[in-house]
Design a protein around this ligand. Structure first.
Ligand code: ADP
Ligand code: MG
Length: 387
């Protein structure tokens, strides 16, 4: 059983997915519409991806037997889960073609390695210090304050982060994180947050999606707006070139997202890399010739990449569990979807999660319209209906 290198995997065959969340679910839909069968590895019953895949291996991400069971069913494996143990990808790579590979994932899972790698490519990152001990904080320069202390591993949606005004607050935050390795970053004056979602194939071919502008609420992505005229051409070009450089430098195969900050002086800073399709790329499902999930399928199957062409301006609105609760009384009620779906150019994507909880990502809405102002007006109406 030799590992495939550049061979094409044809529709009708199996694709393997590590992780059962919503990203895995949307991957399944893309794969199945192209005629592939998907086997998902995830420990949970009723997971968003497990319930739509043809098969599920019920096992933890680091379960050696479960991973072997997956590898026995499929020759190509990808992941939707940022914190998949690199060791699991390594084990799978003995029998399967794995995208992305363990080495690339290991770098971007660790903010210390990630920042050092990006900087080594000549791409600006926020001024930062590696923090492994209280002493590292005590000797951190004043230029890093006010700053943000971020745990090096396992952070997401603003979790594992603390805004700190001075060394004392940084020391307290470091202790509250359990003294785990961290980075301390200077707080930068952000004008915009943007992301570049792209795919890189096993032959080195790259396809970069149009750049999205992101807004966050309470650390969670709330909206992505895609209207190419909104960001200066030169900044878009710079961000796309930096993203390609990062993907190539990592020897990355698959779909990835690079978050950038545009600062008040219009300079560009790379923030972080997600080794998988990304929430800020969901607009591609309705606005682009191929979606980010279709690209993920194409890469792992060894197929040519799809077109990333934008068909019309788009706005993606995340739907959190909060939309099921009345903002004042807290009463539970199903959102009035018929009002949302009555608007032209609106597509609803729900992830099949059984229980709505506050702060939980339940789905998203894409608004696509040739007239950006119309799209914006519809998006505002939808957020009123959902809040
Ligand atoms: P994650 O997305 O994993 O939670 P990020 O590093 O992307 O972590 O940080 C979350 C958000 O915090 C960013 O989207 C941005 O709004 C803000 N942020 C992060 N780093 C900085 C910084 N150095 N300066 C200003 N704002 C920041
Ligand atoms: Mg982020």
């Amino acid at each position: 059983n030799t590992v495939l290198t550049s061979a094409v995997v044809y529709p009708g065959q199996w694709l393997g997915m590590l992780g059962g969340g919503q990203l895995g679910r949307m991957f399944c839909h893309a794969a199945q519409s192209m005629g592939y069968k998907v086997v998902v590895l995830d420990p949970a019953q009723d997971s968003p991806a497990g319930t739509v895949a043809e098969k599920q291996v019920f096992a933890a991400y680091d379960d050696v037997k479960g991973l072997d069971e997956l590898a026995a069913l499929t020759r190509v494996v990808t992941t939707e889960f940022e914190n998949v143990p690199a060791a699991s990808l390594k084990q799978l790579s003995e029998n399967c073609r794995v995208s992305p590979g363990a080495a690339a994932v290991a770098v971007v899972q660790d903010r210390i390695a990630e920042k050092a790698f990006i900087a080594s490519q000549g791409i600006p990152v926020a001024p930062y210090a590696e923090v492994r001990s209280a002493a590292d904080l005590e000797k951190a320069g004043q230029h890093l304050f006010p700053g943000i202390l971020k745990a090096a591993r396992l952070g997401y949606d603003g979790k594992g982060q603390a805004r700190v005004a001075n060394v004392q607050e940084a020391l307290a935050a470091f202790e509250s994180f359990g003294n785990v390795p961290c980075v301390l970053e200077a707080m930068l004056p952000l004008k915009e947050e943007i992301s570049v979602v792209m795919a890189r194939g096993f032959d080195g071919e790259v396809a970069v999606f149009p750049i999205g502008q992101n807004t966050h609420v309470n650390g969670i992505l709330a909206t992505t707006v895609v209207n190419p005229g909104l960001i200066a051409e030169s900044i878009q070009h710079q961000a796309k070139q930096a993203a390609i450089k990062i993907a190539e430098g990592l020897n990355y195969f698959g779909v990835l997202c690079i978050e950038f900050f545009i600062l008040d002086d219009n300079s560009l800073v790379a923030n972080e890399v997600a080794p998988r399709p990304h929430n800020s790329g969901h607009y591609t499902m309705n606005a682009c010739a191929s979606s980010q999930f279709e690209q993920q399928v194409r890469v792992m199957a060894g197929m040519p990449l799809g077109s990333t062409q934008l068909r019309a301006p788009a706005i993606m609105l995340n739907i959190l569990g909060d939309s099921w609760f009345h903002p004042e009384t807290g009463a539970f009620a199903e959102p009035v979807w018929e009002k949302v779906l009555a608007l032209p150019g609106v597509s609803l994507h729900l992830y099949g999660k059984s229980e709505a909880r506050k702060g939980r990502k339940m789905g998203h809405v894409n608004v696509v319209h040739e007239n950006f102002d119309t799209a914006l007006a519809h998006a505002r109406q939808i957020s009123k209906i959902l809040n």
